[in-house]
Design a protein around this ligand. Structure first.
Ligand SMILES: [Zn+2]
Ligand SMILES: [Zn+2]
Length: 251
C-alpha cells in the first residue's frame, strides 16, 4: 500500500502529459534561465549550444569519431577486438552535457517532456541516412521486464514510436526480449559486460523474420554489447541485416 500514492502520482503525470504546455511555464527545464517551449522539449537555445554533434570521420563499424583525416575505410581497435553482430552503429550526438542530463531525467525521473528534444536530436543526425538506408523495421532495444515494471516504460520504445511516426517506418517492440537481469552491469569491465549481455537477449519463439533490414533504436550506446546481442538475436531470427542508431554515445 505504501507504493500506492507514488504510483498514482506517476500515472497522473502520464494522463496530464498533453496538458503540460498549459501547466508548465515556457522555461528551459535544464537551466531555468531562458525561454523554451513544449515543442523544444523545454531545452532552450543557450543549453543547446553545448550539444556536441557527432561528425565524420568515424569508425565504419561503431561510429566513434576521430580527429584527423581518414581517407579509406577504417575500423577502430575496439571494434577489431569485439565480435559485433550489427553491420554498423551511429549516434547523432555525444552523451554529455545537456543531452546526457535530459536523457537521465527522461528515463530515471520520468520527465517525459524532454522527449521532443531527444527525438529532434536523433532525427537531426539520422533522418537522411535512415530514409535512404531502406530499413523495413525499427526495433527498440528491450529493457528487462523487471526494469520496465520499475520504470513503467521503456525509453527506447517511446523514442522508436516517436521516430516511427516521423519517418513512416513501422516499429516492432515485441521481436526481442531480455532474459537475464543485468543489474550490476555498470560495475563490470568491458569484457565481462559483453559476456554477461551476449546471452541476455532472445528473439521471441513465436515470431520469425523473413530477410528484413532492421534499425535498432536506443537512447545511448555505451559498449555496444547489448545492441550487439539484440542484433545477433534478430539475425538468428531471420533478419538480413541489423544496424543501430542511438540518440547519443559516449566518446
Ligand atoms: Zn537552458
Ligand atoms: Zn569502432
Amino acid at each position: 500500500m505504501r507504493e500506492f500514492p507514488r504510483q498514482l502520482i506517476r500515472r497522473a503525470n502520464l494522463w496530464f502529459e498533453p496538458l503540460l504546455g498549459l501547466i508548465f511555464p515556457n522555461v528551459c527545464q535544464l537551466c531555468g534561465q531562458e525561454p523554451a517551449t513544449k515543442a523544444m522539449g523545454y531545452v532552450g537555445a543557450t543549453c543547446r549550444k553545448e550539444i556536441k554533434r557527432i561528425e565524420p570521420p568515424l569508425c565504419d563499424r561503431c561510429g566513434l569519431p576521430f580527429s584527423g583525416a581518414i581517407t579509406q575505410n577504417f575500423e577502430c581497435s575496439n571494434c577489431q577486438e569485439l565480435d559485433l553482430a550489427y553491420k554498423w552503429s551511429r549516434a547523432s550526438v555525444a552523451a554529455e552535457g545537456p543531452v546526457l542530463e535530459a536523457i537521465h531525467r527522461y528515463k530515471y525521473n520520468r520527465q517525459l517532456w524532454f522527449e521532443p528534444f531527444l527525438v529532434e536530436q536523433w532525427l537531426q543526425g539520422a533522418r537522411d541516412s535512415v530514409i535512404t538506408g531502406g530499413f523495413d523495421l525499427l526495433v527498440p532495444v528491450p529493457l528487462h521486464p523487471w526494469k520496465e515494471r520499475e520504470r513503467e516504460f521503456n525509453q527506447s520504445e517511446r523514442l522508436a514510436r516517436a521516430i516511427s511516426r516521423e519517418l513512416m517506418i513501422p516499429v516492432n517492440s515485441r521481436l526481442v526480449e531480455r532474459i537475464h537481469h543485468t543489474r550490476a552491469q555498470a560495475k563490470l569491465d568491458r569484457k565481462a559486460r559483453a559476456q554477461n549481455v551476449k546471452r541476455a537477449v532472445r528473439m521471441r519463439k513465436d515470431l520469425r523474420l523473413n530477410g528484413q533490414r532492421i534499425l535498432l533504436i536506443d537512447d545511448v550506446l555505451t559498449t555496444g554489447a547489448t545492441t550487439s546481442a539484440c542484433a545477433k538475436a534478430l539475425i538468428d531470427g531471420g533478419a538480413s541485416e541489423v544496424c543501430v542508431w542511438t540518440v547519443a554515445r559516449g566518446l
